[in-house]
Design a protein around this ligand. Structure first.
Ligand code: HEC
Length: 495
């Protein structure tokens, strides 16, 4: 395991070094018209041309946010080794934020004080064409790197350790690459692709987190060559009901190591993820057209692959617009062994009906049509009787789901602002009619009927109101305008 980690880091560093030494000339002064930021080969590569950029340097003791404030679209912000206690909010397009690693010293963003996480998020971006690389991010209460509606992003070669909600979380983004990151100890999903399109997640190592890699309500995603180990669950592709985007399809999960994902679930009570049973390698819930190929799935004590409909999460909000069944799941050849050594009670009981006392390599539960499996006799399975033999041989012809051209930045209308912020920030804790980490939206609507300003004020500096809930983190990094927009949106939701 160590070897793998070292390999990733060494290759990332060699790669990064290549960037500095090989290609990049920095021009200290500008500003010429910025060159196009992203060039892509359409073959799964995505790179940023840093050669002609105006460079802003940030050194230990200075503030990254100040540099972002000064930067113009097209600029490169280089952050030198040091410790930065701050939240960085990038609300411009075309910003490259690059850590400089010197002699093994990384720029470290640290959200803690006296050993306890105090800051909410490390880096939030809402612009498009964003590069974030070479940061070490430790001990934030909320998210490591979170994107809201930014298109064309490249997030690579970061360490993210012990953040309280998500590690890397692009939401509502199109065309993004997440690669060569190492994430550890994340209390919800380490890499969480939410309501996105055309995302590749490659060559990451994710461990000791609740969910390793999560593709949720997203389309055209490739999860390739990652090492997910010692999480509660390794890789998830699923639909969460109640979100504005209702589908999740065209997901390829291939060439990953999915190993020993048996960590007891330490998700916050009320978070959907706290329902995830430990010991599950890959879960497909209600997502369609998911292809699982050539993974090594071993040592997961509940089951190797679980395919289920939405009845699994009976505590989820009801959503008549979300189709609850996993359809057209394709299981090609995978290496699976030593899974199911300690299945949850339901699975144990199911397996007992076929005189097996271990959990299966592959379990399918609930509805769904058009699914198939190759070489089913290679595995111990449960519930796959309706699966045909696959005609598809392999996914070789799909090199990447990245687009060959960058897409235009998303234009956000004023009335969309509140919605985006709500689903980006609040919905992880507030569902419409069920208790999650925070009280249901319905209850809040009753309290704040006709009083959006009251909500906007509360979320700026929340005070503890309920004994049986944790305290709510302040949302003071949102502008006044966005706080009001999100409050108005929260009051308008009706399901
Ligand atoms: C990390 C979880 C979390 C996030 C994110 C979150 N909340 Fe909360 N929220 C809570 C919790 C927990 C409470 C209950 C706090 C209490 O009663 O002490 C709460 C309470 C509230 C209340 C009730 C205040 C009252 O007077 O009773 C409002 C309004 C609210 N949140 C709005 C929002 C909005 C808007 C957002 C998004 C911008 C948001 N919350 C994001 C967890 C969260």
């Amino acid at each position: 395991m160590k070897k793998f980690l070292v390999l990733i880091i060494v290759s990332a560093i060699v790669f990064a070094a290549g960037l500095y030494i090989g290609k990049v000339k920095f021009s200290a002064s500008g500003p010429a018209a910025p060159p196009p930021t992203f060039f892509e080969g359409g073959d799964g590569s995505m790179a940023v041309d840093l050669s002609e950029k105006t460079v802003i340097e940030v050194r230990d003791g200075e503030s990254i946010q100040d540099a972002v404030g000064k930067a113009n679209p097209g600029d490169l912000i280089r952050v030198f080794p040091g410790t930065y206690h701050e939240t960085v909010y990038i609300d411009k397009d075309n910003i490259s934020l690059q850590g400089v690693i010197q002699k093994g010293n990384w720029p470290t963003m640290d959200g803690s004080k006296d050993g306890e996480p105090v800051l909410n998020d490390a880096i939030l971006y809402s612009g498009s064409n964003i590069l974030i690389e070479n940061f070490k991010i430790v001990q934030y209460k909320g998210n490591g790197i979170m994107g809201q509606a930014g298109n064309n992003f490249l997030i690579r070669n970061n360490w993210i350790i012990e953040s309280g909600v998500y590690g890397i979380f692009p939401e509502f983004g199109k065309n993004g690459l997440i690669e060569h990151n190492v994430l550890q100890g994340i209390a919800d999903a380490a890499i969480y692709v939410g309501m996105c399109d055309n995302i590749d997640v490659r060559h990451n190592e994710v461990f000791e987190s609740v969910a390793g890699i999560e593709i949720e309500n997203s389309r055209h995603c490739l999860v390739e060559n990652n090492y997910t180990h010692n999480n509660t669950g390794g890789i998830l592709a699923f639909i969460t009901p109640g979100l504005p985007i209702k589908t999740c399809y065209d997901v390829i999960i291939r060439d990953n190591f999915v190993v020993d994902n048996n960590l007891p679930n330490f998700g916050k009570p009320g978070a959907i993820i706290s329902l995830l049973p430990a010991g599950t390698g890959i879960i497909v819930m209600a997502a369609d057209d998911v292809i699982i190929e050539n993974n090594i799935i071993t040592g997961n004590d509940n089951t190797g692959i679980a395919i289920t409909d939405l009845s699994f999460g009976s505590q989820l909000s009801k959503d008549p617009d979300a189709e609850p069944n996993p359809d057209r799941v394709v299981i090609l050849d995978n290496v699976m062994y030593n899974n199911g050594n300690n299945p949850v009670a339901d699975i144990k009981a199911a397996m007992a009906t076929q005189f097996d006392d271990k959990g299966p390599d592959i379990l399918a539960n609930g509805g769904g049509v058009g699914s198939c499996i190759r070489n089913r006799d290679m595995y111990r399975t449960w519930g796959l009787d309706g699966y045909a033999s696959c005609e598809l041989e392999s996914t070789d012809d799909v090199k990447s789901y990245l687009l060959s051209e960058p897409v235009a930045p998303r234009v956000i209308e004023q009335d969309e602002k509140g919605k985006l912020a709500f689903y980006g920030v609040c919905s992880g804790c507030h569902a419409y009619d069920v208790r999650m980490i925070g009280p249901p939206t319905q209850i809040i609507q009753a309290l704040y009927k006709d009083n959006p300003q009251g909500i906007a004020d509360y979320i700026n500096a929340p005070i503890r109101k309920r004994e049986d809930f944790p305290e709510m983190p302040p949302q003071n990094y949102l502008t006044e305008e966005t706080r009001l927009a999100v409050a108005e949106y929260m009051l308008s939701i009706n399901k």
